[in-house]
Design a protein around this ligand. Structure first.
Ligand code: BGC
Ligand code: BGC
Length: 588
């Protein structure tokens, strides 16, 4: 902790410890206002370093895809340092680095969590946590809004890929290991979104969303058994520094106003000592005026409000609410001390926070780690002997996933909704490039030219979803030509079928898709999830240098009715399961 100068006053944790003679003494109102400002987080686009002198906010974030105009590592560092230079109490800068430092141009993009759930390797998760922390800290950032601990029960949800599994023990183990990795390398993790975000009922959401931000209609026993489970380990074994509240509701009650779940259970029963943050503008979904929303959420136990746009009104309104006695000074003091605790633990108060060197970004070590993760995440669902491929095989590679790092990476990659091409992911090795590097070394051939179809031994059919994030990805139809699927799948599917060649299908998607009718046309079927920038992890396994070890972290449906297929569902409809949770083949 440090002692800071505020004007000519010496201030420690917002308390004046020495004044000065011929200057007006900062009064209690100002101390209160400054403490309240520490409980508010703005988005970088709407809050400049110059505004800190008037509004000394506790935190700034980058929303999905939000980056400084100079998006280089130096540009990021300069931006964060710019805020720090104007702050008496250093700000906490937060970002969603949910599969590597995905807002940063040139970062290592790891598989999304669903693939890491298939890999099911705690040591790998820890190492990915460390690597991500290093890339994040190289840009001066201190806080990562990850991991998602959702235990998703209906894969039609657009955030399914952010979840490790439908199984709470898998989510707990992998989430905790990742938290340990991130925090051991000096970056604060966020367990999100508390609570039961993965249990919302299809059709319970509002607007165009189907599941996202909807309502979880479950008994308290089920909520505790399945959805609270990962938070227990995240706190006890992971010592997670922050928790983000879910937009969703439990039995009709918004989590952002739930004193029971936040204060009684999370902070009381589970003993969470860190910062509880609201989700992006989430308090505005509570009833009433801004004043009522702030009172309800702060009194429920939220410590910091993510107010990308309304940060100014939020500070001013919270001051009024405290002066009116609608939020107690003790509640503000508790929230403030929690924010200071996190800042202290990160080394922000004594200046010991360490930035990693820029050379860590997409370093060879991180590429190798991501490649290992990709190889371990693949799940072999069918193989009639066509795999492993011979290294000198002649291959026709078709389909939208053939040469597109944007589709391979999915949402939360460079931009919030993800990239439809690879043009902003120059660091990536695409599937085509990965095949080429093997084929060229071993006298094989790889082509995407369909006119060469008669000259090849095998067709590799790379099917893909279009990228999406959050409710935009909520799906009604999980068929291969259904919601969020690339239109280019159709022709590729027909071509593969008509080719009369052995077909190896590789599906790039954020969740299982319905393949019940198509599977018989394929000689091998590999689920590749949203694997990111290192496609060599795929060719390592397809050519047999590495065996398949991935297992399904979600039950794979026969149809799009996926509300009751989870292995955790007590009334499970097993007749609608094509491949069960835990299924995965390997080479003999
Ligand atoms: C998401 C969070 C995310 C936040 C900040 C919200 O819309 O639900 O997961 O951390 O935005 O980007
Ligand atoms: C931001 C995301 C945020 C979302 C919430 C987007 O504009 O970039 O970070 O999660 O809005 O709706």
């Amino acid at each position: 902790m440090t002692i800071r100068k505020l004007g000519c006053l010496t201030v420690l944790f917002g308390l004046i410890i020495s004044g000065c003679t011929n200057q007006p003494v900062v009064n209690e109102d100002e101390i209160l206002r400054n403490k309240i400002a520490q409980l508010v987080q703005a988005e970088r686009n709407n809050f400049s370093a110059q505004q800190i002198s008037e509004y000394p906010l506790g935190s700034v974030l980058s929303g999905g895809g939000s980056r400084p105009s100079d998006g280089s590592v130096q540009g990021w560092k300069k931006m964060v340092t710019g805020y720090q230079e104007k702050s008496d109490i250093p700000i906490l800068y937060g970002v969603d680095a949910v599969h590597g430092h995905n807002n940063l141009l040139g970062a290592t993009i790891f598989p999304h969590n669903i693939g890491l759930g298939a890999a099911n390797d705690e040591d790998l998760m820890r190492r990915i946590g460390v690597a991500t922390a290093k890339e994040v800290s190289a840009t001066g950032i201190h806080w990562n809004f990850a991991p998602t601990l959702a235990v998703v029960q209906d894969i039609r949800w657009g955030r399914t890929y952010e979840s490790f599994s439908e199984d709470q023990t898998l989510v707990s183990r992998l989430g905790t290991a990742y938290i340990q990795g991130l925090q051991s390398a000096g970056i604060a993790a966020t367990a999100k979104h508390f609570l039961a975000d993965g249990a919302t009922e299809f059709g319970s959401a509002s607007g165009s969303y189907l599941l996202d931000q909807g309502d979880a209609r479950l008994s308290e026993d089920e909520i505790r058994r399945v959805h609270l489970h990962p938070y227990i380990d995240a706190i006890e074994k992971g010592d997670v520094l922050t928790v983000m509240i879910s937009y969703s509701s439990i039995n009709g009650k918004k989590l952002h106003a739930s004193k029971y779940w936040i204060t009684d259970v999370l902070k009381g029963e589970l003993g969470f000592k860190g910062v509880v943050i609201s989700d992006w503008e989430a308090i505005h979904q509570l009833p009433g005026s801004l004043y009522q929303q702030i009172v309800a959420s702060m009194n429920a136990g939220i410590d910091m409000l993510m107010e990308p746009f309304k940060w100014k009104e939020t500070v001013d309104t919270m001051v009024r609410a405290v002066n009116n006695g609608d939020i107690s000074k003790e509640r503000i003091e508790d929230a403030y001390q929690r924010v200071m605790l996190v800042k202290e633990k990160l080394g922000l108060l004594d200046g010991s926070f360490k930035m990693a060197d820029a050379s860590v970004i997409h370093s060879q070590e991180h590429q190798d780690l991501a490649r290992e993760a990709v190889a371990k995440s693949l799940v072999l669902l069918k193989n009639n002997g066509v795999l492993p491929l011979k290294k000198n095989a002649k291959i026709l590679l078709i389909g939208p996933g053939a040469d597109n790092a944007g589709l391979a990476s999915g949402g939360w990659t460079y931009s919030w909704q993800g990239e439809t091409t690879g043009s902003n992911l120059p660091q990536a090795t695409t599937l085509k490039q990965a095949f080429e590097s093997v084929a060229s070394a071993f006298g094989g051939m790889i082509t995407t030219d369909v006119s060469l179809i008669n000259q090849v031994d095998i067709v590799v059919l790379a099917l893909a979803e279009q990228p999406y994030a959050e409710g935009v990805g909520d799906a009604t139809d999980l068929a291969l030509n259904g919601s969020q699927m690339s239109a280019a799948n159709k022709d590729a599917l027909m071509l593969a079928k008509a080719s009369k060649k052995p077909v190896v299908t590789i599906l790039t998607a954020g969740r299982p898709r319905v393949v019940t009718d198509e599977l018989k046309d394929w000689d091998a079927f590999v689920m590749a999830w949203l694997y990111g920038t290192e496609a060599k992890g795929i060719t390592d396994v397809l050519y047999g240098d590495v065996n398949f070890t991935g297992r399904l972290p979600f039950s794979w449906p026969k149809t799009s009715k996926t509300d009751d297929i989870s292995s955790q569902d007590p009334d499970r409809d097993a007749s609608n399961v094509l491949f069960d949770f835990g299924f995965g083949l390997k080479y003999e």
